[in-house]
Design a protein around this ligand. Structure first.
Ligand SMILES: [Zn+2]
Length: 404
């Protein structure tokens, strides 16, 4: 059966970039375990009717989101980022006593901590078993399940309607997309607000950050394409803001239709998308050309360093690194290992490779670190003054390949 648009069901799908066969980006396998990652197509496409970018293959959610190792609480940058979103919410909207905020895919409860400290009632929903456990430990009640229309009815019965529903990086990796939005529509109080955070497609394209394309990210929105989706549920973006995390992220505030007017700076953001050509296919074609050029630059650079016997390790082992490593055809002969501070990833292989992921504290520094967590670059570099003083260098892949 031919692939149909996840948002509008159109079959006018055009390919932008084929990233080849790739494992699920978070399939870190213990070195001691004798198992190989399965490979799946990773193909970035666009719907020419609603201009929503997406990938055309779905790995079942049970495989990706029940046992995974990503914990929100690990980085300070992310905590600060959540704090900013939280402050916007409490500045803009008034919480009465009985009002509560619900976080869909709230991970270990990091986002809700701020609200709890303000004595606002909170409820977390996360399908990750470890994450739910961590959240409950912090006394942030977590329902360990996938949010959808059915679960929204149970929540409605037990807790009533929500004043604010928050979802960070979640509305682009839902295979039950429409059921989730029906659930949100169902649960959101009349004057309630949905705060949705997603990787901002125009930012990703401008930064050439193709490593944001992985199987967990089924959809890539501009404000225009996100609004097209919301139209189906009588929901409207009334406010949006760009934040620098993940190389460009958008936080959209959404309300029931005809409730709140579109704020003027947000109107400008919508217009900028039109002026920058994001409603035309050319921008995406151009992106694909630049990405393939970046691949050549990166592979040449690494080849040159390898020839000169320079040791290169990957710094960090984020999911998006899988996309980069596979697309750039890097293996254990080019990249000796990846170093991490997240203990859940120690002594595993980078998905689909024989590149070991090791505890950073146990490994001597190489000549070059390839930055895979480039979005946390400033925070990480500031912690590595020793390495920098010894003359250690970093290879930065985005927005252009460079050595610092
Ligand atoms: Zn479409």
């Amino acid at each position: 059966m031919a692939f149909k648009c996840r948002v509008c069901d159109s079959d006018k799908i055009s390919q932008i970039l084929d990233l080849g066969l790739q494992p699920w980006g978070n399939d870190f396998i213990q070195i001691s375990e004798n198992r190989k990652s399965e490979l799946y197509p990773l193909n970035f496409v666009i719907c020419k009717d609603c201009m929503t970018c997406q990938i055309d293959f779905t790995i079942p959610k049970e495989k990706m989101f029940v046992n995974h190792s990503y914990m929100s609480g690990t980085t300070k940058t992310l905590k600060n980022h959540f704090q900013k979103i939280g402050e916007d919410i409490t500045n803009l909207y008034e919480f009465k006593n009985e009002d509560y905020i619900m976080d869909i895919g709230g991970n270990d409860g990091t986002f809700l901590e701020y609200f709890k400290s303000k004595n606002i009632k909170v409820l977390n929903i996360d399908s990750g078993l470890q994450q739910a456990k961590e959240s409950n430990k912090k006394d942030i009640k977590c329902i360990a399940d996938f949010f959808n229309e059915e679960l929204s009815n149970q929540i409605l019965n037990n807790y009533g309607k929500a004043k604010v529903i928050h979802g960070s990086g979640i509305f682009f990796h839902l295979e039950e997309l429409k059921s989730v939005f029906r659930g949100v529509k169902n649960l959101l109080s009349e004057d309630g607000v949905l705060v949705a955070e997603f990787i901002y497609l125009p930012g990703m394209i401008k930064n050439l950050a193709f490593d944001q394309i992985y199987h967990e990210h089924l959809l890539y929105y501009s404000l225009h394409s996100f609004q097209k989706l919301l139209d189906q549920f009588d929901l409207n973006i009334h406010f949006a803001k760009m934040l620098p995390i993940h190389g460009g992220s958008c936080v959209a505030h959404i309300s029931h239709k005809n409730n709140l007017d579109l704020e003027s700076s947000t109107k400008k953001l919508f217009n900028a998308e039109i002026n920058d050509g994001f409603l035309n296919f050319n921008v995406y074609e151009d992106f694909a050309k630049k990405v393939s050029k970046a691949k050549k630059e990166m592979t040449n650079l690494i080849k040159m360093l390898n020839t000169n016997n320079k040791k290169i390790y990957a710094l960090g082992a984020p999911v998006k690194g899988t996309t980069l490593i596979h697309y750039m055809e890097l293996d254990e002969t080019k990249l000796k290992c990846a170093v991490e501070i997240n203990k859940h990833k120690f002594n595993t292989y980078y998905p689909g490779t024989k590149i070991p992921v090791l505890n950073q504290a146990d490994v001597e520094d190489p000549d070059y670190y390839l930055f895979l967590s480039w979005n946390f670059k400033d925070e990480i570099i500031s912690k590595m003054t020793n390495y920098v003083e010894k003359g250690g260098k970093f290879i930065i892949p985005f927005p252009k390949v460079e050595i610092i």
